[in-house]
Design a protein around this ligand. Structure first.
Ligand SMILES: [Zn+2]
Length: 289
């Protein structure tokens, strides 16, 4: 999976702009979030049709708000996992594979703004998506991959969480008070003030560690499988990712990731079924492993 790649270092292009933004812009985001919490409380959430999952779902944020919240939270989330990985080639590969999946699948037809980041943490096996399209994978997981297809499988799964709007759905389920606390966290966030950043990080961590339902996970596996196959990757690579996860699970405790995801064996069965449904005549053998 090592190909010559551009070595331009990646930063949070949008995040940098927003975290460097004025108190005024943070205030506006906070007020918008607070208003939405109150709106959700009094008027209920909106039921909207999701053309990707082909289901109606209850959310209280617009796609733009999801994107803003994700960009706002991205630097703090990265910090929790040792920051961005210094290897710019690996960083570029993660983004290249992610963008390839987006551009060649239904995910690219949405308004979400995807950015893919490799985190420096080489102890914690984890991958996660913030609402709106900021996607992260730790070095600990990345280093276990033997093929580019396995990386594509994990990124496809996280893209599935974004376009499935799973975080937005969960936030809509959360209570008014939690929404207001989140809004306060956004307002006080200041990159030069560690205390307020820590507060924001706590809010974000809470958001990300909110356990996705088992159904959300299985839906992300199905979507990820479809997206990676649309982009030319062999979807069976996702099955080998499950083997990697199962092996890791037997080793050290990896609470974050494994407490929020169904066990790999169970996921494998469902992924296998989804692959057979997608490719009734068998998976073509010219796909990228
Ligand atoms: Zn997941």
């Amino acid at each position: 999976m090592r190909r010559p790649l551009s070595t331009q270092p990646r930063r949070f292009s949008r995040g940098a702009r927003s975290s460097g933004g004025s108190l005024k812009s943070r205030l506006i985001i906070g007020i918008v979030l607070a208003l939405f919490s109150i709106g959700a409380y009094f008027f209920g959430t909106q039921e909207v049709y999701n053309p990707i999952t082909e289901e109606n779902q209850r959310v209280s944020m617009s796609v733009d708000q999801e994107i803003q919240l994700g960009l706002q939270a991205a630097p703090q989330m990265a910090q929790q996992f040792g920051g961005l990985h210094p290897d710019s080639r690996a960083q570029a590969l993660v983004d290249e594979v992610g963008q390839r999946i987006v551009q060649n699948s239904a995910a690219g037809e949405t308004d979400y703004q995807f950015e893919f980041h490799l985190l420096a943490d080489n102890k914690t096996i984890n991958a996660f998506a913030l609402p709106g399209g900021q996607i992260f994978i730790t070095a600990a997981l990345y280093e276990r991959f033997q093929t580019e297809g396995q990386l594509a499988g994990v990124l496809g799964h996280e893209i599935g969480h974004v376009v499935g709007r799973h975080s937005a759905e969960q936030m809509a389920k959360a209570r008014l008070t939690e929404g207001l606390a989140g809004a306060a966290g956004v307002v006080v966030t200041n990159p030069d003030n560690p205390q307020s950043s820590a507060q924001m990080a706590a809010v974000v961590a809470q958001m990300v560690n909110m356990k996705h339902g088992r159904d959300d996970e299985l839906e992300s596996d199905r979507l990820g499988m479809r997206f990676m196959a649309d982009a030319g990757y062999d979807p069976r690579a996702l099955l080998t990712v499950m083997e990697i996860l199962a092996e890791s699970n037997g080793g050290q405790a990896q609470p974050e990731f494994f407490s929020t995801h169904p066990n790999p064996e169970r996921r494998s069965e469902r992924i296998q079924e989804a692959i057979e449904a997608e490719f009734p005549n068998g998976v073509p053998d010219d796909l990228i492993q």
